[in-house]
Design a binder for this molecule. Structure first.
Ligand code: G16
Ligand code: MG
Length: 217
């Protein structure tokens, strides 16, 4: 039986992807090229340094490790300027209702984010106490699609992967959940999240019963 729900942060609980995109775009522009919204899909769920590698390759640039560290730091400063203005108003529609159903169903919850800024974001939106376990970018060595972030979440909750459902909006995140041996609910479009076991456009309108029914179907 399912005992725990593991949630991605960016794109499931809040839309920080737009802030990551704005900050990366600004960096790319300063380096003399541009990135599109479509290109940004590839960066979702991918760690900060790996994202930078993908962007530099896209712009055809090779830089030293020192420069890379500086560029990543610059992007993060711009990102933090945007995140610093977040409030509970930025929690995506349906999250509060869904979480109250999760609590009523006595399910455990964990956050599975590769963002090093996840604790700060949770604090900004008033959700620091909403999870039984928080796995963020400081606790893992491999970003999604590696399953490490979700496996650590399950381990901290003391449940097995087969007892977990992952909620993910990113292609890399859905793959991470599947590689971890978990049931994955894709949040977004079925055309994009082809590996997901179930897909919903958002948590808004989705019910815990519907998810649990799908895991036994
Ligand atoms: C998020 C985003 C990624 C970002 C990564 C690292 O992951 O989806 O785009 O690159 O975190 O973030 P930071 O630079 O804040 O450490 P997730 O797992 O929450 O989707
Ligand atoms: Mg995400």
């Amino acid at each position: 039986p399912i005992k725990a729900f593991l949630f991605d942060l960016d794109g499931v609980i809040v839309d920080t992807a737009t802030y990551h995109y704005q900050a990366w775009k600004r960096l790319a522009n300063e380096l003399g090229f541009d990135i599109s919204e479509e290109f940004n899909e590839r960066l979702k769920g991918v760690s900060r340094m790996e994202s930078l590698d993908i962007i530099l390759a896209h712009g055809g640039l090779t830089v030293s490790d020192e420069q890379k560290a500086e560029l990543a730091e610059q992007k993060n400063q711009w990102y933090l300027d945007l995140v610093g203005r977040m409030t509970s108003e930025d929690i995506l529609p349906g999250v509060a209702t869904f979480f109250s159903q999760v609590r009523k169903a006595n399910l455990l919850t964990a956050l599975g984010s590769v963002s090093k800024n996840a604790p700060l974001i949770l604090e900004r939106i008033g959700m620091s106490q909403a999870f039984d376990a928080i796995i963020d970018g400081t606790k893992i060595s491999k970003g999604k699609p590696d399953p490490e972030v979700f496996l650590k979440g399950a381990a901290e909750l003391e449940v097995s992967p087969a007892e977990c459902v992952v909620f993910e909006d990113a292609v890399a995140g859905v793959e991470a959940g599947k590689r971890g041996g978990m049931f994955v609910v894709g949040i977004g479009s079925p055309d994009v999240l082809t590996q997901a076991d179930l897909v919903a456009p958002s948590l808004d309108g989705l019910t815990v019963d519907e998810v649990l029914a799908a895991t036994v179907a």
